[in-house]
Design a protein around this ligand. Structure first.
Ligand SMILES: NC(=O)CC[C@H](N)C(=O)O
Length: 313
């Protein structure tokens, strides 16, 4: 059994990963589908680890906020799992990897408007529709939920990003209207899009994001208030879904290289879970062709190697 690494050794490892990150800065591009994201400085790197007891260690630009984008799909699904029965959720969205781009529409028609999983855009729009039906103020509730998990009341939407997403909504609107045509999206599509875009626009830093995922490394219990966010079984299910679907059509490669449940976003963030040990957030805006952070994935490979952990071994 590998010995748990000391805090000092972990800090040295995080500092080294931050120092090495510029090696990846020659590759990839920042997201450019909306102007608000295209303006982000590309050559940044931050990393934060939140231990299962809630303590945090970080390096690089770990305190710089960025657009969490698709990482918010996890927070939305957690809320749905708390609010709705499993039958209600999984009748309307699947649990299989899609093998397609995160915003693909092809599979959706073939499979009668039922998205493959909650982490591709179609699936997240479906989960958002469930929350719109269930909650009085869905986007505010998602924001409250994230504030509580990250113990940071100042976490907020970036309205410029949310507006920019709405102005360039055509692709996501097409997904949502197609699902509405199949009777699977039940609310006004514009309302669903607004809630989805606001969730994606949440601005957080690596420390805040790592904290907001710590419960997934702690049997579902939020270490900051001792409350169960999910049951142990739901936690296992969520981590399984993150492992198989969290990085879209690169989920297999990420599992191969890193071997941890994870969720990426086109803002350049990736959150990963080392079950029972820690949640990790890395951020670096340059993306590969799948929409995943290049330096982020590279650093996670280095972290797993440095920690000498083999959760799937
Ligand atoms: N992969 C992502 O982060 C995608 C989220 C983005 N807001 C979109 O809807 O296209």
């Amino acid at each position: 059994m590998p010995q748990p690494i000391s805090r000092e050794a972990l800090q040295a490892l995080l500092d080294r990963l931050a120092a090495d990150a510029p090696r990846c800065f020659g590759e990839g591009k920042v997201a450019s589908y909306i102007p608000a994201l295209a303006e982000v400085e590309p050559d940044r790197f931050g990393i934060a680890v939140c231990h299962a007891d809630g303590s945090v260690q970080c390096a690089g630009d770990a305190m710089t906020r960025f657009s969490i984008q698709s990482i918010s799909k996890t927070h939305a699904l957690v809320l749905a799992m708390r609010e709705l029965s499993p039958e209600e959720i999984w009748r309307r969205v699947g649990r299989e990897p899609s093998g397609q781009a995160f915003n693909s529409i092809v599979q959706l028609e073939v499979e009668n408007g039922v998205p493959r999983n909650p982490f591709i855009n179609a699936g997240a729009l479906m989960v958002t529709d469930m929350l719109v039906s269930q909650l009085f103020m869905p986007q505010q509730t998602i924001r409250e939920h994230v504030r509580r998990l990250s113990i940071t009341p100042s976490v907020d939407f970036d309205e410029t990003v949310a507006r920019s997403e709405m102005e360039h909504k055509a692709h996501n609107a097409a997904l949502a209207y197609l699902m509405q045509a199949y009777g699977n999206i039940r609310n006004d599509v514009e309302v669903v899009l607004d809630a989805y875009f606001h969730s994606c626009s949440l601005a957080m830093n690596c420390v805040e994001l790592a904290r907001s995922f710590a419960f997934l490394a702690n049997h579902g219990v939020n270490p900051f208030d001792g409350q169960a966010v999910l049951s142990p079984v739901q936690t296992r299910q969520m981590n399984a879904l993150l492992l198989t679907c969290g990085l879209y059509d690169a989920a297999g490669d990420f599992a191969w290289r890193v071997g941890l449940p994870g969720k990426s976003g086109v803002g350049g963030g990736i959150v990963a879970i080392l079950p029972r040990r820690m949640s990790i957030c890395v951020w670096s805006p340059r993306l590969d062709s799948y929409g995943n952070s290049i330096a982020g994935r590279h650093a996670l490979e280095g972290l797993v190697e440095g920690l000498n952990v083999t959760p799937l071994g």
